[in-house]
Ligand binder design. Structure first.
Ligand code: G3P
Ligand code: CA
Length: 264
């Protein structure tokens, strides 16, 4: 008889544009998200924080200083914490000029805008709740916003139209309690002995690529969680983490990752 041990086709590795295609356009702006699509990413990543008037905006740092002209517009408001500004104030800022003159006037998007504009792009969304400890209850604000955009809530572990991730694992546990079918990822690398416990609520473990091993990826997979690793810019390292068996690679250069993946 003929043995039927046909190896399973390798699952497709997900190409995630980190803060959008942030090597080529200012991070966490609509320009970077649109470019992620042009460069054939599968998902785009963004960072969510909360303003003083409880609006959700996209910003990586907990201050506005690095990626906007806030120091010019509000010189007296150091240290320019996101949490100390109202949305109307943040909307006066330019989040593009620091990156290059071609992006002058690019605004800080609200989460709602990104959800509205990127719906129908075909891209999935890897949504990071940044510095959740500064924004008690932000998971409730997020759930409320997502309910206004039900397209994104039509997600699951396999389709991954939306995945929510955070370095704050308690926040992810709380979000799972509110929206149980939305996949959640833990940023960082929980010790192997901690993995069974976190697998009770987490769907992904999203570690930095430094020190990532095929053995760790296998340990995560054995508990039915996925691994998305970050932030990988170098094609040689992209190939290495793919060989380790990761499910997704988070990169500022989705165009480079696309060609690495196309080469098989
Ligand atoms: O998506 C992973 C990555 O975004 C986590 O680090 O600092 O870029 O938000 P950071
Ligand atoms: Ca992030």
């Amino acid at each position: 008889h003929v043995s039927a041990s046909v190896p399973a086709a390798p699952a497709k590795v997900v190409n995630v544009a980190h803060r959008g295609a942030s090597a080529y356009a200012p991070e966490n702006t609509m320009a970077a998200f649109r470019l992620a699509r042009t460069q054939r990413a599968d998902m785009f990543e963004l960072d969510v924080q909360e303003t003083r008037d409880h609006e959700l905006v996209l910003m990586h740092d907990t201050t506005l200083a690095r990626t906007t002209n806030v120091e010019e517009v509000f010189p007296e408001r150091a240290p320019w914490q996101v949490a100390d500004f109202e949305l109307a104030e943040i909307r006066r800022l330019d989040a593009g000029s620091w990156f290059g003159p071609g992006f002058q006037g690019e605004p800080v998007p609200t989460l709602g805008e990104a959800l509205r504009e990127m719906r129908g792009s075909g891209l999935g969304l890897l949504l990071e709740i940044k510095a959740a400890e500064l924004y008690p209850g932000i998971e409730h604000a997020l759930a409320e916003e997502l309910r206004r955009h039900p397209y994104w809530l039509s997600t699951n572990r396999w389709e991954r139209r939306l995945v929510v991730q955070s370095f704050n694992w308690q926040c992810m546990r709380a979000l799972k309690g509110i929206l149980p079918w939305v996949p959640v990822g833990l940023l960082g690398a929980p010790a192997a002995e901690r993995l069974p416990r976190v697998s009770q609520f987490a769907d992904q473990i999203n570690p930095p690529f430094h020190g990532l091993t095929a053995e760790y990826v296998a340990q995560v997979h054995a508990l039915r969680m996925d691994v998305f690793t970050w932030s990988v810019q170098d094609p040689a390292i992209m190939r290495q983490v793919i060989a380790h068996g990761v499910d997704g690679v988070i990169t500022d250069r989705p165009d480079i990752l696309h060609s690495v993946l196309a080469q098989g």
